[in-house]
Design a protein around this ligand. Structure first.
Ligand code: ATP
Ligand code: MG
Length: 318
């Protein structure tokens, strides 16, 4: 599919992140609805061509757990445009805002964990790709209650260029300790990020935030010192856990199998931490039953409810 800006009609904005903006578009020749991500970046033409070439591998990534890629092109010399499958229930960060106490129900966490592990396993075993940016905004949901990964680091040039454009792009509090320390890291680094994300979605609040820093005046607000302090703490402190914590919604403890699963993802030593395929194969664990469809009915009706809330919300914003 040869894509260019003349064939595209922008329908609405879907959000913006550190590296770009995303909108819902119609590709007129095919009448296909897509999501378009624009990355503003000032680069030499050769480098941009290289990035587009590297992104081509995305055409080969085909899995129910991965957002489909339609194509990428350079526009107006200073932007890179990536067109991908549009997901009509948006991302988990936005969905959590629609949940009671921002908390996801347990069957949903099971389904999400299973989808992420399946996506990571696919990317790595089929294409030797590590995701590198697992976080709620990069996991999308469809109205059928399917979960898919987007925004994984396939292009070395793009990753490097973004990192050079702004030191703190690509630095996130979902990063594993080994990665923060600049050590070699692999696919288990994504398992850490997933564990952290599950703590957040189960408890209803982010695990690390810059303003829970004890000395705000020193750290400043959102400044680089704040981030550096925080990253230091991720490396030094005992990993986050839900074990022995009170669920704010039920006032009781969290599900023991969820706690155990998260604890195994958040082992600081990555040689002990499990790989995505090891976690998928565990028997009688947190995600058992998902593959057999045990939770599908619950997930589907939940997705339907969220779809409606999401629609009401976005229509209210117009
Ligand atoms: P960061 O730039 O740090 O990765 P981010 O993931 O929030 O942050 P973007 O990747 O630019 O930023 O995405 C912006 C928003 O667009 C996301 O929060 C998500 O809700 C929405 N979005 C992204 N891709 C799609 C898609 N394929 N379908 C529907 N919505 C999408
Ligand atoms: Mg993203």
């Amino acid at each position: 599919l040869k894509l260019n800006n003349n064939d595209i009609v922008t329908l609405k904005s879907l959000g913006a992140g550190n590296s770009g903006t995303v909108s819902k578009i119609l590709h007129v020749p095919t009448q296909k609805i897509m999501a378009k991500k624009i990355i503003h970046i000032d680069l030499k033409t050769v480098i941009k061509t290289q990035i587009i070439r590297e992104l081509r591998i995305l055409h080969e990534c085909q899995s129910p757990y991965i957002i489909e890629f339609y194509g990428a092109f350079v526009n107006n010399n200073n932007t890179i445009v990536i067109c991908m499958e549009y997901c009509n229930c948006s991302s988990l960060d936005k969905i959590s805002q629609l949940c009671d106490g921002r908390q996801f129900p347990l069957y949903l966490l099971k389904k999400v964990a299973y989808a992420i592990l399946s996506g990571l396993t696919y990317l790595y075993t089929a294409h030797k790709i590590i995701h590198r940016d697992i976080k709620p905004s990069n996991v999308l949901m469809t109205h059928k209650g399917e979960f898919k990964l987007c925004d994984f680091g396939v292009s070395r040039e793009l990753t490097n260029s973004l990192a050079m454009a702004d030191t703190f792009v690509g630095t996130s509090t979902y990063m594993s300790p080994e990665r923060i320390q600049g050590l070699n890291y692999g696919v288990k680094s994504d398992v850490w990020s997933m564990g952290l994300m599950l703590v957040e979605l189960a408890s209803g609040s982010p695990v690390w935030s810059e303003d829970d820093d004890a000395d705000k005046s020193l750290a400043g607000n959102g400044g680089p010192e704040g981030i550096l302090d925080l990253l230091q703490r991720i490396v030094n402190e005992t990993p986050p856990t839900l074990t022995n914590r009170t669920n704010p919604l039920t006032k009781g403890p969290f599900d023991p199998s969820l706690c155990a699963f998260i604890d195994s993802c958040l082992i600081k030593n990555d040689s002990v931490r499990k790989s995505p395929w090891d976690l998928l194969q565990e028997e009688n664990g947190f995600i058992s039953g998902v593959a057999e469809g045990v939770y599908d009915k619950d997930v589907k009706s939940w997705a339907k409810k969220i779809r409606k809330l999401h629609k009401d919300k976005t229509e209210g914003e117009k």
